[in-house]
Design a protein around this ligand. Structure first.
Ligand SMILES: CC(=O)[C@@H](O)[C@H](O)COP(=O)(O)O
Ligand SMILES: NCC(=O)COP(=O)(O)O
Length: 255
């Protein structure tokens, strides 16, 4: 069955709007885990707009489920501009220190609003392969954020990565706009099948929600979805516990 990894970025965004620890990130992780979440995902960005370095340390110390840290492996250090918030050490220094279960490598620029593209491994394949090798030496599973592009997925296999994460905004937009959703889903299905054939595990994420997830979850071999934005919006109405259960049901599990 496909694992549900809850992304806590937007919980941290609410916390950062005041000088406070509330909502408490580890507490919200614990509630999600007790409700049945299979993993926790965070994306510590260099500007620490939501998830901060301290959150990553706190979560690494308490998680009893898979810990997925996302980020640009080439993102360097950045000083914090907020009193009491430590500096960002760079993504890979943070991974080396915390050794999460999985590192999902995402080719985001430092100032992007959100993640909006997969890797171009024609350009970055050699550098990414070096990061993948280091992650393996650290005992950290590697996953590459990828568009559903067969040529790029073949290059992802060449890097030696353990998994890819299919960037699903294109699918979400097709469903929301009723524009050939079935055809777009078939593209993702083929991309996932190719990845599996090449020995890559398949994760997925970005803009998945309770409406578009059930159909996407029918893709064979889908190991994990990481969901945060829509999950947090749903939790405002349903509460965290019911939202975890609703997403597990959307993945075809009894919850
Ligand atoms: C990689 C990806 O698609 C998301 O996991 C990302 O974490 C979203 O980042 P924001 O929460 O900053 O939009
Ligand atoms: N990798 C996707 C993720 O962690 C959350 O993306 P979103 O659900 O916030 O769009």
């Amino acid at each position: 069955m496909t694992a549900l990894s809850v992304n806590l970025n937007k919980i941290a965004l609410i916390r950062n709007s005041r000088d406070t620890r509330s909502p408490d990130i580890p507490e919200h992780a614990r509630i999600c885990i007790e409700a049945g979440a299979d993993g926790i995902t965070v994306h510590p960005r260099p500007d620490q707009r939501h998830i901060r370095v301290g959150d990553c340390h706190d979560l690494a110390a308490m998680l009893t489920v898979e810990f997925n840290m996302e980020g640009n492996p080439f993102a360097g250090p950045r000083r914090s501009d907020r009193p009491g918030v430590g500096d960002y050490p760079g993504f890979m220094p943070l991974v080396r220190e915390l050794r999460p279960t999985q590192a999902t490598l995402v080719p985001d620029g430092d100032n992007q609003l959100t993640s909006d593209h997969g890797f171009d491994l024609r350009r970055d394949g050699e550098r990414v392969a070096g990061i993948v090798a280091e992650l393996r030496s650290l005992g950290v599973r590697s996953s590459l954020f990828m568009d559903p592009d067969p040529d790029q997925i073949r290059l992802a296999a060449d890097t030696g990565a353990d998994r890819i994460e299919l960037y699903t905004e294109g699918y979400a937009k097709a469903v929301a706009s009723h524009t050939d959703a079935a055809g777009v889903l078939e593209q993702y299905r083929k991309a996932a099948a190719l990845a599996v054939e090449l020995g890559l595990g398949v994760n997925a994420g970005h803009d998945l929600n309770l409406h578009n997830l059930p159909a996407f979850a029918t893709i064979p071999g889908l190991l994990e979805v990481s969901i945060g934005h829509a999950f947090t919006v749903d939790a405002l109405q349903l509460g965290l516990v019911e939202t975890v259960k609703a997403y597990q049901r959307a993945l075809g599990k009894s919850a």
